[in-house]
Design a protein around this ligand. Structure first.
Ligand code: FAD
Ligand code: EPU
Length: 338
C-alpha cells in the first residue's frame, strides 16, 4: 500500500454523469483491512474522496488526491420480536438491498426502489423517495474514522438526519467512511401508497391489496417514466434540493403565483417543488451545448454525451440565478461538486 503502488484511474465509468476526470490515485476497498492499511500509510492525511456508485457527484476537474472506492459486499439479517435488523456492507448496491428485503418479505424499503447508488451513501444525504426517507428505517452504521484510525458506531440520533441532510454533510463532512449500515424494519409494517401516482398506477393494474413487491414494481415503473436512465443518459437525479421557505415568504409567493407547487412541513415552513420553479423559468427540456434539462423533470440536468463538469455546473448556476430573479428563492445543489 505504498504511495507508488496506487494507480491513477479514469473516473468516467465511476460517475453516472459520465464525466471524464482522472484520479491521481485510486483504491478499491473490498474489505475493511484496506482502510487500516491506508491509515497506517498516512493516506488520510492528504486529500481523499470517498466514492460509492458516483450517482450524486459532479467532477468539474481531475481529482488531485486519492479516490477511495467503496466496494465491500455482504447482507445479513436477524429477527427480534416484531422487528428485523438488516445489515448490509457499504458497497452493496442499494436497489439489490431493496429486493433482498422484498424477497424476505421485510417491509420498509419498497418505496425507495431503484434509487441508484450504494448502501454506504444512503445515510449521507438521508435518501428518500415516494413517501419514505432513510431516517425512518436507519438503525445504526459502522464507520471508519479517518482521523483516529478507529471504527465507530453512529446511532440514528447521532446522524442528525433531516431532508437530504445528515451530520456527514456538515460537521463530519469527509471524515468518516461508512462501512456498513443496519436498518430496523417492522415485520408487519404498513404499506404506504399515498405518495404521487402510486395509488393510481396500482389501480390501473387492478391491484387493490398491494404487496411490498407490487409497491416496489410500481415505484420503479413511475421512476423509469420520469427520470433518465444514467446508463444511457448521464445524470445524477435531482440536481437541486426542494427549497424550504418560511410561511411568510410562502404566503407572499402564493399571492403572486397561486399555482405554486408546495408541501406543508410544519406550522412554520413549506417545501417548494424546485422542478416547478425551474419549469416556470422556461428551463424544462432546454439545451445549452452538451447540457440539457430533462424534458420530463426539470430538476434533472443531463449530459448529452460530451459535456464537461464545468459546463453542467455553469448551467446549474444560471438556473439558480433565474429562479432567484423570478421568485426570490435560493436553490441549493443536491449533487456534490468536486
Ligand atoms: P456517491 O455519488 O458515490 O457519493 C455521494 C456522497 O456520499 C459523496 O459525498 C461521497 O463522498 C459520499 N459517500 C459515498 N459512499 C460513502 C461511504 N461509504 N462513506 C462515506 N461517504 C460516502 N437520491 C435520493 O435521495 N432520492 C432519489 O429518488 C434519487 N433518485 C435518483 C435518480 C437518479 C437517476 C440518479 C442518478 C440519482 C438519484 N438520487 C436520488 C441520488 C443518488 O442516487 C443518492 O444520493 C445515492 O445515495 C448516492 O449513492 P452513491 O453510492 O452513488 O454515492
Ligand atoms: N414539477 C413540475 N415540473 C417539473 C418537475 C416537477 O411542475 O419539471 C412539480 C409537479 O407538480 C410534481 C411535483 O413538482 O407533481 C413533484 O415532482 P416529483 O414527484 O417528480 O418530485 P420532486 O419533488 O421533483 C423529489 C426528490 C426525488 C424523488 C421524488 C419522488 C428532491 C430534490 N427530489 O423530486 O429525488 O425521487 O421526489 O419522491 O427531493 C433525487 O434526490 O435525486 C431524486 C430524484
Amino acid at each position: 500500500m505504498k504511495n507508488e503502488t496506487l494507480p491513477t484511474k479514469s473516473l468516467q465509468k465511476l460517475n453516472t454523469f459520465g464525466i471524464e476526470a482522472l484520479a491521481n490515485q485510486y483504491v478499491k476497498v473490498e474489505d475493511e483491512q484496506i482502510l487500516l492499511d491506508l491509515f497506517a500509510e498516512k493516506y488520510f492525511e492528504k486529500d481523499f474522496f470517498v466514492l460509492g456508485g458516483g450517482s450524486n457527484v459532479l467532477f468539474t476537474k481531475d481529482y488531485d488526491g486519492l479516490i477511495v472506492h467503496i466496494a465491500n459486499k455482504g447482507k445479513q439479517h436477524f429477527i427480534e420480536g416484531n422487528h428485523v435488523f438488516v445489515t448490509a456492507e457499504a458497497g452493496e448496491v442499494w436497489n439489490d438491498l431493496v429486493w433482498y428485503c422484498i424477497e424476505h418479505d421485510f417491509p420498509g424499503l419498497e418505496n425507495m426502489a431503484l434509487i441508484p447508488g450504494t448502501v454506504g451513501a444512503s445515510p449521507i444525504q438521508n435518501i428518500g423517495a415516494y413517501g419514505q426517507e432513510l431516517m425512518h428505517i436507519f438503525y445504526s452504521c459502522r464507520a471508519f474514522d479517518t482521523q483516529s484510525g478507529e471504527f465507530v458506531t453512529f446511532s440514528n440520533p447521532d446522524c442528525q438526519f433531516s431532508y437530504r441532510d445528515s451530520i456527514f454533510k456538515r460537521e463530519h463532512k469527509g471524515r468518516f467512511i461508512i462501512c456498513s449500515v443496519t436498518y430496523k424494519l417492522e415485520l408487519f409494517g404498513k404499506i404506504n401508497t399515498s405518495y404521487g401516482a402510486i395509488e393510481t398506477e396500482l389501480e390501473k393494474r387492478g391491484i387493490f391489496n398491494p404487496s411490498i413487491k407490487d409497491v416496489a414494481e410500481v415505484v420503479s415503473y413511475i421512476r423509469v417514466e420520469k427520470l433518465p436512465d444514467p446508463s444511457t443518459i448521464g445524470n445524477a437525479g435531482s440536481f437541486f434540493k426542494n427549497p424550504i421557505v418560511n410561511k411568510l415568504q410562502f404566503e407572499n409567493l402564493k399571492k403572486q403565483f397561486p399555482d405554486i407547487v408546495h408541501y406543508t412541513i410544519n406550522n412554520l415552513e413549506e417545501k417548494l417543488a424546485a422542478g416547478w420553479l425551474i419549469e416556470q423559468c422556461g428551463w424544462k427540456g432546454k439545451t445549452v451545448g452538451q447540457v440539457a434539462v430533462w424534458k420530463n423533470q426539470a430538476l434533472v440536468l443531463t449530459n448529452l454525451g460530451k459535456a464537461t463538469g464545468n459546463e453542467i455546473f455553469e448551467v446549474s448556476s444560471t438556473i439558480v440565478d433565474d429562479v432567484y430573479t423570478h421568485f426570490g428563492v435560493h436553490l441549493e445543489r443536491e449533487v456534490n461538486i468536486l
